[in-house]
Design a protein around this ligand. Structure first.
Ligand code: 5RP
Length: 234
């Protein structure tokens, strides 16, 4: 693999799957790094007879599970997961995360909350000391479509910063619609904050907000693939 970023994603994903997955029910996050985790899971099923049921966090994750011939489950049948493996847009020194770059933050947070262990896999670009240093697109917030404007205004009034309604590739195609039929606001907060738990709660208290992409005290470990071929564990 020549692309250093793709190589780094693969290293992190393979290591996390090897270190944390045993027989049982696994939560599968979304995004490009998770593709390698599912690839490795399928290898281990074929080669070692690993027995896993995979619960997806998105349409993309579901397709990946099916394409790799893995067993598909859901939270109704399997509300307790031994581990959830997922990517992140940014992860700070306390493993506080920004997630939702792919718009799947609500299901991702649910799966993270159902798992004994929530493990983050990412390439070296995602590790930071303070949120906002690496990920410039802001904190994704899933909102009920009819409320996007009032949510936008309330965030600005109470927390400051600026929000943007996430649009599909060309803005003529309209807003991005999540797997739940909602819209995404990307909130660019002002300056650095460290009271992320409070910010997470304040955002979720605004009527019309479904969930936000701040993950506080959820991840127990992160694997960052590095450009030199090593994996940094945090
Ligand atoms: C999707 C997510 C992803 O996990 C996050 O965007 C990271 O994606 P990638 O692995 O492609 O960098 O939160 O909602």
């Amino acid at each position: 693999m020549t692309d250093p970023v793709e190589g780094a994603k693969k290293l992190a994903a393979y290591k996390a799957v090897d270190n944390h997955v045993v027989n049982g029910v696994i939560g599968i996050g979304s995004g490009s790094t998770v593709v390698y985790a599912v690839e490795r899971l399928a290898q281990r099923v074929r080669e070692e007879g690993l027995e896993v049921i995979c619960v997806p966090s998105s349409f993309q994750a579901k397709q990946l599970i099916i394409q790799h011939g893995l067993k598909l489950g859901d939270l109704e049948m399997h509300p307790e997961l031994i581990v959830t493996i997922d990517g992140a847009d940014e992860s700070d020194k306390d493993l506080t995360l920004i997630k939702g770059g792919g718009g799947c933050l609500t299901q991702e947070k649910i799966l993270a909350s159902c798992a004994e262990q929530f493990i983050v896999i990412a390439d070296y670009r995602k590790a930071s000391n303070n949120l906002g240093e690496q990920w410039s697109r802001g904190i994704p917030i899933e909102v009920i479509p009819s409320a996007y404007r009032v949510v936008y205004q309330k965030i600005e009034k109470t927390l400051g910063g600026k929000s943007e309604l996430r649009m599909s590739g060309s803005s003529k195609a309209g807003p991005v619609v999540t797997d739940n039929g909602n819209f995404i606001l990307d909130w660019k907060f002002d300056g650095l904050k460290n009271n992320w738990r409070e910010v997470e709660t304040q955002l979720n208290m605004i009527p019309g907000v479904v969930e936000n992409g701040l993950f506080v005290n959820m991840a127990c470990k992160a694997y960052f693939g590095m450009s030199d071929g090593s994996v940094m564990e945090q």
